[in-house]
Design a protein around this ligand. Structure first.
Ligand SMILES: NC(=O)c1ccc[n+]([C@@H]2O[C@H](COP(=O)([O-])OP(=O)(O)OC[C@H]3O[C@@H](n4cnc5c(N)ncnc54)[C@H](OP(=O)(O)O)[C@@H]3O)[C@@H](O)[C@H]2O)c1
Length: 266
């Protein structure tokens, strides 16, 4: 298994200004990578740029791109800038939260969650793949979730997007085996960012979910990227739970009654 040398890497990071994206950007910068930071809000990206430690290197290695990756124009903008920067690492990190009983989720929200979490990473990967294949070593790292292997009440749509992203990653990894492009799936557990609404935080507290600070998650993402491994899930109980769930999901159904009862009413 060939790992990635970050000091020689040219990276596209989507969702860069978010809770996990920002410490990931700072860690990649400190590791010497060239960065293209993607998000929808220019102001948030500019603030992230200013937060990069000047002691850690030259900020001219970094560029920002404010686009919506849920649109064809956004995908095309990332593709053309990435090509000019000889990008060899794509980190699909942008994501949209979705929580609640299925009947309480409106149609526009469901479509946006599927577009942001699943369709956009697929289209971005497809758009960047020819450029990635021209590089001596390349990686596509998809930020999924523990909920991409273990689906919980209240996360039907979110889990579907993250299960889908895992299926996409697994198939593409096998499709590209023997090429220079690694495909990796990263599954954090609950991370302390603004991603989780007060309702989700109340549910997590009620169900005793383990959490990680975003800096720890960012460091784990870099470890996965450097290792070249196929997948990494965070949290020791979660690592076992996802394995058991993979073998006998129905056997675990009764274990999630507490989660069902912790859901807000529809
Ligand atoms: N936090 C958790 O508990 C947790 C756990 C497991 C996995 N994850 C996954 O980790 C990833 C990052 O989560 P986070 O906690 O950092 O969330 P976050 O703080 O809400 O950040 C998400 C980022 O995605 C960007 N984004 C959303 N839609 C976009 C679009 N259409 N085009 C471009 N950018 C878009 C947002 O950028 P702007 O709003 O600035 O445009 C934002 O910076 C997500 O994929 C999430 O599913 C999170």
């Amino acid at each position: 298994m060939m790992g990635m040398k970050l000091e020689h890497a040219s990276v596209v990071l989507t969702g860069a200004a978010g809770g996990i994206g920002a410490p990931t950007a700072r860690a990649l910068f400190a590791a010497g990578a060239r960065l293209l930071l993607v998000g929808r809000h220019a102001g948030r990206l500019a603030a992230l740029m200013r937060s990069l430690d000047p002691q850690a290197g030259d900020r001219s290695r970094v560029d920002v791109l404010a686009v919506d990756i849920g649109t064809p124009a956004g995908i095309e903008a990332v593709r053309s800038v990435a090509l000019a920067r000889h990008v060899n690492v794509l980190i699909n990190n942008a994501g949209l939260a979705s929580f609640g009983r299925l009947g309480a989720l409106d149609e526009a929200h469901i479509l946006q969650a599927v577009t942001t979490n699943l369709v956009a990473p697929m289209l971005l990967t497809r758009a960047l793949l020819p450029g990635l294949q021209d590089q001596p070593a390349a990686a596509v790292l998809n930020v999924g979730s523990v909920l991409g292997r273990l689906a919980l009440p209240g996360f039907s749509v979110y889990s579907a997007t993250k299960f889908g992203l895992r299926g996409f990653s697994e198939a593409l990894r096998r499709e590209l085996a023997g090429t220079k492009v690694r495909v990796q799936y990263f599954g954090p557990r609950v991370t302390q960012t603004g991603f989780n609404s007060p309702e989700v935080e109340a549910y997590n507290q009620e169900t005793g979910a383990g959490t990680d600070p975003p800096e720890v998650v960012a460091a784990a993402l870099l470890t996965l990227l450097r290792s070249g491994a196929a997948e990494r899930f965070l949290g020791v109980p979660e690592k076992y739970a996802v394995r058991v769930n993979g073998l006998a999901p129905a056997a675990l159904d009764a274990a999630f009654k507490r989660h069902r009862l912790a859901l807000p009413d529809a």
